[in-house]
Write a protein that binds this ligand. Sequence first.
Ligand code: SER
Length: 876
Amino acid sequence: MNFKTNEIRHIFLDFFKNKNHEIISGNNIIPKNDDTLLFINAGMNQFKNIFLGKEKPVFKRITTLQNCLRTGGKHNDFNHVGYTNYHHTFFEMLGNFSFNDYSKEEAILFAWELMTNKKWFNIDPQKLWITVHVGDVETYQIWKKILNNKLKNNIFFLGSNNNIYENENFWQMGEIGPCGFCTEIFYQHTKNHDSNISPSVFLKKKCVEIWNIVFMQFYKNKNNTLNPLTSFSIDTGMGLERISSVLQKVKSSYEIDIFKEIINEIYNTFTIKNNNQTSIKIIADHIRSASFIIANGVLPSNEGRGYVVRRIIRRALRHGHILGIKDLFFYKIVPVLIRSMQGNNKILINKQKEIEKTIYEEEKQFFITLENGIKVLNKALNKLKNNTLNGAIIFQLYDTFGFPVDLTEEICKEKKIKIDHEGFIQCMNLQKSRSKKFKKNYFTNIENIPPVIKSKFIGYNNLSTNSKIIYISSQGKQKKTITSPDHASIILNQTTFFGESSGQIGDKGTIYNKTGIFEVYTTTKQLYSIVHFGKIIKGHLNTDDNVIAKVHCKTRRKIQANHSATHLLHSSLRYIINDQIFQKGSFIDQDHLRFDFNYYKKISLKKIFNIEKLVNKYIQKNILVEETFMELKQAKKLGVLSLFESKYSNQVRVLSIGSYSKELCGGTHVLRTGEIGYFKIIAEQNVSSGIRRIEAVTGDAAIQYNQKQESMIQEIKTIFCTNTENIIKNIKSVLNNNAILEKKLQYLNKKNELTIYKDIVNEIKKIGKYKILIKNFTDKDILLKNQLIQSLRNIKNNFIMIFTYLNQNKLSITVTISNNLLDQQNALTIFKKIICDTTIKGGGSKKIACGGGKNTKDIKKVLFNIQQWKEKIIKE
Ligand code: SER
């Protein structure tokens, strides 16, 4: 039977429903509460805590369809995609799970029944091959019983008893986590098994792995020790695209119905000049992963998940380039992808516009980089020595052209060209040390602070404290004493200075005692310490000195107001635009705040005003700003917004502004929103693809901003002699008048030019059989020169023109002759005669020659030469 992919999804789930499994939905591909994973890579991910005994299962038997991504970490197929028939970055995994319920034998029997029973997939058992771990005799016995004598040779032992986790038939979710032996079912496309080749080669070359049945028995920790789990679980996974290829009788998952639809569309929509199958596969695969990642809220960026999607899109674009597609194309495949995923495309339908827009922006941005980078790379590849690409070129491509290193590596790999990694790293390090040196001129960074040096931050509610100096560094070295005017870095046992983090800049202030005063320029966090950078402006200070640390109060107040306003802005944006907006970065100092967030288009002025209004409403309500400490889990349950989830430790600080805003935050804030005073947005712009930025000011800075705007309006009013009501009308009318005057001026200029033109034409002299025009131009009429050359040359026969142009620091000469003189006269020869014995340089053709020089005194000689030439012509 030829099953459609969408039918297979349902048949699998129905089969296990019949076996008392609960059908539950797969997880979102972005893992929640699991720092060990970038993306969901298997159906079992969502049950990790149940396998580990940390959570109780609601159902003992479950079946799911899980969207998976294998683009990094332990399971990474990124580099295989395109080069094999079955690897994908995004794929769907069908699975059944038992938590301390059925046995190995039952799990295997279920799989065998679904695969071979006439009522279900009805696959010929002779075409199925089984692998079992050498150490798992129990599983072997089960299979032997099921396959009986006839097929017992279809079972292979794989793996090894040494370092079992490093070998085949042992499955682990990541380097750390639940794991266990597994047994796999392969399907053989060809008829017979050639007994001369080893089982691994046979399976790899002639078969496709379709089902993996894992017996979850261990927890693998950092030291590679396997600790037995308290309960026995089953986790199975079947690749939907692979089983479809078997049931649709094709030898590649790229030939199944859902891929065919995408690939046909690529051929029908774009002009393909080079029908490269690898590129087609990569594009068809990558549009799936890119779209699902974006649909789940991840935008292309240079970090973590964002970088994965950026890399996927860029790689697809490069393969579009290989196919010879000349324009932006990748985003145009999204609609067919959505159609092809019928049965599992809800999220794509909901987010279609965002996906298309995000890919389009990324494509647009990378298009030029790709074209330029490939040109430079190809040039370098043509001049290759020792079949190795020089590290400096890789660095230049990366640093100057923004061409990603992994793309350079991939292109070289395809062409079997080696890469000079060392040279590249050297160039990178050189650049790093250059920028470090630049930094060092201002601050003395502490390079190796011993981990025992720890400081406590007590500055949320205090600005001044008694403290003790525990570490001093100056000019890169640890110091006992610093004396005015040393620049230095100081660490205190406790401090009220906030170390730059959470987008908030470090505090300024003073550290002092009776012997000396240290002015703190800024403060950062390093390792376990808070480091105060600055300069000793009076006396001296010693390690172990008791001191007072005092933050500059006015500056801190302004920073706090800006930080709390940032939270209010975040919540207002989510309220007014949509709740899918999240913070993507921020910068807060005493003068202003900058807030980056995911959104794909310009925010209208009307919306900006509404956002401002809402933030100011929160300010006027004078709401209490409260901090609470809680477990990360609890914070998540409360829906607290967090920016970099994985960075936070288990105990987190939640900053709440009434019920309007709740965010994980380590920064300092106002006590009540009223302290912010007033909030004003001063800019809204695009920063990178899909990311926008709002800049705003608060308090006095906002008032000053408004006053500045107001005085500008006053000035405009004075200039235009108008009042507020009529200002726009007046400006429009002045612009209108300008346009009319411009037109009039153009008309007069034309008229003037015509008069000059006529005058010039009157200067034409008839000398012998020639009409000769010798004319010196000034700045006023120089624009006429080219016009004259064109028109006079074409209409007049026997015509020779010599033009000089002289200003304060330049002299230029042009000689041109009519077409009918080309066999008697030569513009270049005349030009050469005219510039004889001068410093003028130039050249040209028989028709026209020109040149110039900086020595304006040459004009005398030029005029003399012209006179000589004229006399010769007269004699002729
Ligand atoms: N976890 C196993 C795999 O991903 C079986 O589901 O292959």
